[in-house]
Design a protein around this ligand. Structure first.
Ligand SMILES: Cc1cc2nc3c(=O)[nH]c(=O)nc-3n(C[C@H](O)[C@H](O)[C@H](O)COP(=O)(O)OP(=O)(O)OC[C@H]3O[C@@H](n4cnc5c(N)ncnc54)[C@H](O)[C@@H]3O)c2cc1C
Ligand SMILES: NC(=O)c1ccc[n+]([C@@H]2O[C@H](COP(=O)([O-])OP(=O)(O)OC[C@H]3O[C@@H](n4cnc5c(N)ncnc54)[C@H](O)[C@@H]3O)[C@@H](O)[C@H]2O)c1
Length: 476
């Protein structure tokens, strides 16, 4: 049976745009269906781009407050929140041009705006049109989850979908959930002048991160004035005299606004997936290693499969799914080296295993190579000597993971990502010459720890070298 398209992509966000543009450039016939009326998805409109832009504004405010230590006396007189948001929206607008309908059309993608649904295993219906394709890619992303808190809906709340579009800055803000969204935005609002209370359900903020690294971020957030309640859950919300009263454990917090950051849930509801025989599990659409759903002609990528919820992972998964969908389904997604970063100040970046995972897998054959930024000259020059790089290796130098908390951690992690991707031993980080003075020295200094630690343990070698040097001095 002949079909119209090689690929129909559903969802024009991080995953969908990669698949659609690459597919069209490879000369496949591609249609892209998007419900929102514009391309870009969460990352551009409600996620990475607005959050990083607002974080930048908040960092400028912080630097001004810190400037006296460099002999620069300036008063932070006023923060015009709407103008900070103006910067956010200017950045979105610039990037939107790159993700414009016209650009995708010019690449050869047929862009269709509308919310469609599957009508059978091989047909997706949108705006009354029946799209049939050799393969489909579901890339519909996710939306904020709503925690079961009494009175929350009645009281009203913000999420990442609304917070960048508010008219007035809340004087006081409760942030519920201390994952990356809660910590990034909680700190940004605090630095922009809101009184922020962060409600964290666990003992540790950023619970997916190295505990020591998360503690460094927590200390800075507290220094920024964020009140952090750990092991706490909001139970009930009520509005009294225009204020939101939140019951948390034994206490009540009174704020102007609530920001929810309690995780994301996949967008699967409107797709009529049963008709296509696509199964959905607890975390999202079920896929195999090749990113095929339970209907092998239909692939899924990005947040909708509920794995690593990052733009770069969505793009990677889209590329894997595209290759399988257009040609033969031979390629498996490889999640061995997935980096990510949380853009708090200090930043926190990670790749590979946590210390606990490494110990579970390799027992005592683990070396923890830690270098503090207080020992990195450039960090001191920039008054940014807090945090550390922790590289986890085996005795043979195999790198298992790395955790960096400190200045530019999101950039610095890539040296380790490169080494891990190409299976270089940790010695490679030490043996290449790093420019002095740079923050990247934190990686080479951490790597040197393996030599130092193994040498410290090798008393036989130390004894031999002592004798050799004694002998060489005697005969000189
Ligand atoms: C506040 C915040 C900050 C973030 N910061 C970062 C960061 O710094 N770095 C990072 O890597 N990740 C970050 N993320 C995560 C990142 O935004 C997501 O992982 C990424 O956007 C997922 O891409 P996606 O293609 O799966 O989904 P999306 O980009 O959300 O795209 C899905 C698209 O599908 C459309 N759609 C939904 N349903 C349908 C339907 N039925 N029919 C047609 N179209 C549909 C949507 O309108 C949307 O355009 C952040 C997320 C948030 C919320
Ligand atoms: N820099 C980045 O790459 C970045 C930034 C922001 C978001 N993201 C992505 O977006 C996704 C969603 O982020 P997120 O921070 O919402 O999700 P998350 O799932 O990482 O964190 C949510 C946190 O909220 C807690 N929680 C849940 N219910 C709660 C309650 N009732 N009270 C208090 N705490 C509660 C959870 O225990 C969890 O720690 C993440 O998976 C992440 O991948 C990435």
């Amino acid at each position: 049976m002949a079909v119209d398209y090689d690929l129909v992509v559903i969802g024009g966000g991080s995953a969908g745009l990669v698949a659609a543009s690459a597919g069209a450039q490879l000369k496949a016939r591609v249609a892209l269906v998007e419900k929102a009326g514009r391309l870009g998805g969460d990352c551009l409109h409600y996620g990475c781009v607005p959050s990083k832009s607002l974080i930048h504004a908040s960092r400028v405010a912080h630097q001004i407050r810190q400037s006296a230590q460099f002999g620069i006396e300036v008063q932070l007189q006023d923060i015009r929140f709407q103008e900070a948001l103006g910067h956010v929206h200017r950045v979105i607008d610039i990037i939107q041009e790159h993700d414009s309908t016209e650009r995708f059309q010019s690449l050869g993608v047929e862009v269709i705006y509308g919310t469609g649904q599957f009508s059978d295993r091989r047909t997706f219906t949108v705006n009354g049109r029946q799209l049939q394709a050799r393969a489909f890619l579901i890339a519909t992303g996710s939306h904020p989850s709503l925690p079961p808190i009494d009175g929350l809906t009645e009281a009203g709340y913000l999420t990442n979908e609304t917070v960048f579009y508010i008219q007035d800055q809340p004087r006081s803000l409760a942030v519920i959930g201390a994952g990356p969204i809660g910590c990034e935005l909680g700190q940004a609002f605090a630095r922009l002048g809101s009184e922020v209370t962060l409600i964290a359900s666990r003992a540790q903020i950023l619970p997916k991160e190295d505990p020591d690294a998360a503690a460094v971020v927590q200390r800075q957030m507290e220094a920024d004035g964020v009140r952090i309640l750990t092991q706490s859950r909001a139970q009930r919300v009520e509005v009294k005299d225009g204020k939101k009263h939140i019951w948390v454990g034994g206490q009540t917090i009174v704020v102007d606004e609530i920001l929810l950051s309690t995780g994301q849930v996949p967008n699967v509801e409107s797709l009529n997936l049963q008709a296509a025989e696509v199964a959905v599990g607890k975390r999202g659409i079920t896929v195999n290693g090749k990113l095929q759903t339970t209907n092998p002609r239909i692939y899924a990528a990005g947040d909708v499969i509920g794995g690593y919820q990052f733009t770069h992972v969505a793009g990677y998964e889209a590329a894997v799914a595209l290759q399988n969908a257009l040609l033969l389904p031979l390629k498996k997604a490889d999640y061995r080296v997935i980096p990510w970063a949380t853009f708090t100040d200090p930043e926190l970046a990670r790749v590979g295993l946590s210390e606990a995972q490494a110990r579970q897998r390799y027992g005592d054959d683990i070396y923890v190579l830690q270098q503090d930024f207080s020992g990195v000259d450039r960090a001191l020059a920039e008054a940014a000597g807090i945090g550390f790089a922790k590289v986890l290796t085996r005795r043979n130098g195999e790198i298992l993971g790395a955790h960096i908390v400190g200045p530019a951690a999101g950039e610095l992690i890539h040296e380790v990502v490169m080494a891990m991707s190409y299976k270089l031993k940790v010695g490679a980080l030490k043996s290449i010459i790093h420019v002095y003075p740079t923050l990247a020295e934190v990686n080479s200094k951490a790597a040197l720890q393996l030599t130092k630690q193994t040498y410290a343990k090798n008393t036989t070698l130390q004894g031999i070298l002592t004798k050799v040097f004694n002998f060489l001095r005697r005969i000189s």
